[in-house]
Write a protein that binds this ligand. Sequence first.
Ligand code: F6R
Length: 619
Amino acid sequence: MDRVCGIVGYVGPQQALDVCLEGLRRLEYRGYDSAGVAVVCADGTLRTARRAGELRNLEKLLADSEPLEGTTGMGHTRWATHGGPTDGNAHPHTDCQGVLAVVHNGIIENHVALRAELEAAGHELASATDTEVVAHLLEDAYDPVTGLAAALTVVVNRLEGAFTLLVTHAGEPGLVVGGRRSSPLVIGVGRGETFLGSDVAAFIGHTRDAVELGQDQVVEVRRTGYRVTGFDGLPAETLPFHVDWDLAAAEKGGHDYFMQKEILEQPTAIEDTLRGRLTADGRITLDEERLSDDDLREIDKVFVVGCGSTYHAGLLAKYAIEHWTRIPVEVEMASEFRYRDPVLDRNTLVVAISQSGETADTLEAVRHAKTQKARVLAISNTNGSQIPRESDAVLYTRAGLEVCVASTKCLLAQITATSLLGLALARVLGTKDGEEVAREYDTLEAMPGLVAETLTRMGPVADLARELSPSPTVLFLGRHVGYPVALEGALKLKELAYVHAEGFPAGELKHGPIALIEQGVPVVVVMPSPRSRGVLHQKVLSNIAEVRARGARTIVVAEDGDDAVLPYAEHVIRVPQTPTLYSALVTTVPLQVLAMEFALARGLDVDKPRNLAKSVTVE
Ligand code: F6R
């Protein structure tokens, strides 16, 4: 079962292999356990090539083999769960005759029963994947008179779970058929050529005109265009859109890693997310509002849900939204929220944050909230993706394409967006008037400059990271808004450098974690501002003294002018003075750089950390 894979399909005048390999290069962040292609060749045969490991292994195989020439094809890059990352489990999978091929993203939950049925009927399945059953079901359903799309329509109705499927058939050159349920698929509309992709990055080098496929739809793609039907076989509606970023965004632009590029793009991500949101009467505009002001005035509780870094954006949102609106805010990991029967009703606003808009845990949280009649607002970086589609209102972050698996600029854009949401709610609820909202907005507008200033100071952080890189453990402490930042610093280090890293509220230290401190353990501390949090500042200094007394190496992130930290810190990382509720936008930056440089010093690929993939499209 493969859950976050990248998929590309092509029909047109170019060599399909070249287009598919280019697409896979841009989609590799969705999985890199294996890669494969299928081409309907000029001689009327269907040929496939597959290899375990990164895409370059497949490219080497292809370079050493007879060329796969043909103008219809598809490709796949895999993130494996069940069925190990082997050549044999790599997609595409074919039927018994080898005339049709399938690539798949998602889980076919009833694959065991389907496999038993197929084997009893004499089919021979060669892999340990769930995907292969689709190829054999299609073999049975295929009729050359009604064609491949009709066969796929029959087959998808037999499948349970979440899936995107692409199929090609040797007998139907010039056609790729796709189908989707709860897993993404986008059509790229070119001139005399048509593309399919898990996301627009698959074809951004060729066209920016795209069409988002809806839930339970099948698409036939030919050179001349596309035709979409529902799983019931009837013509269906789709959502065309123009991609507002271009090929340059999908390239490294002179940087060695996407992560470097994306860290540097953070001021622009914040600026673009803020742009044009404030109206003349001090209101904040969202992108899609299917909720009226009267609906919002009924809200008496907010839940923020997300996963990973996005959950940290949620933790930060709590401080701002509660402070400005005086409405209680609960924050929960989407995977936990969904299954514990949270108390929700029509007066609850569930804020679902997801960069990709695809994360299955968050999508399921949204669906659960809707069954409980709660109102749902999505914050997402991906136009038209599933989570925004199923929500009552949407606020898009405008961070542009994020390729590095570890989130950086999208997180900062999410923090910005939750601030905007807090202000929008405060204005509607009357806890802030237009002038106050406009003043906060002005302060937010200064943040890109402060983040840019922070980025100019990262040279010493890189040196420090290299020095610390042999350490097997790094701890992160913070209080108030510094606590989610500490969690984020630890997550980044874990996922990029594969070292043990944990974030704690500094005040919790004495209740257990201090036992982890031993001679030389690096402890990174995110200081509160002495200007606005004098008491907390003093308390965190005491926490630093406690770990130092036990041998820790203390690295302190402190704002300019905070000289009280000097006697407590072995290293001070300076950030510009920033209002408390926005300070995470600057304090997160050195922790991102620390993790990246730490991992690079260990010789690791920061864009593609092991075992991970960018969007996790099943639970
Ligand atoms: C960590 C990271 C992940 C994502 C998480 C949610 O660097 O990138 O923790 O934040 O998988 O993804 P989205 O926001 O797409 O729902």
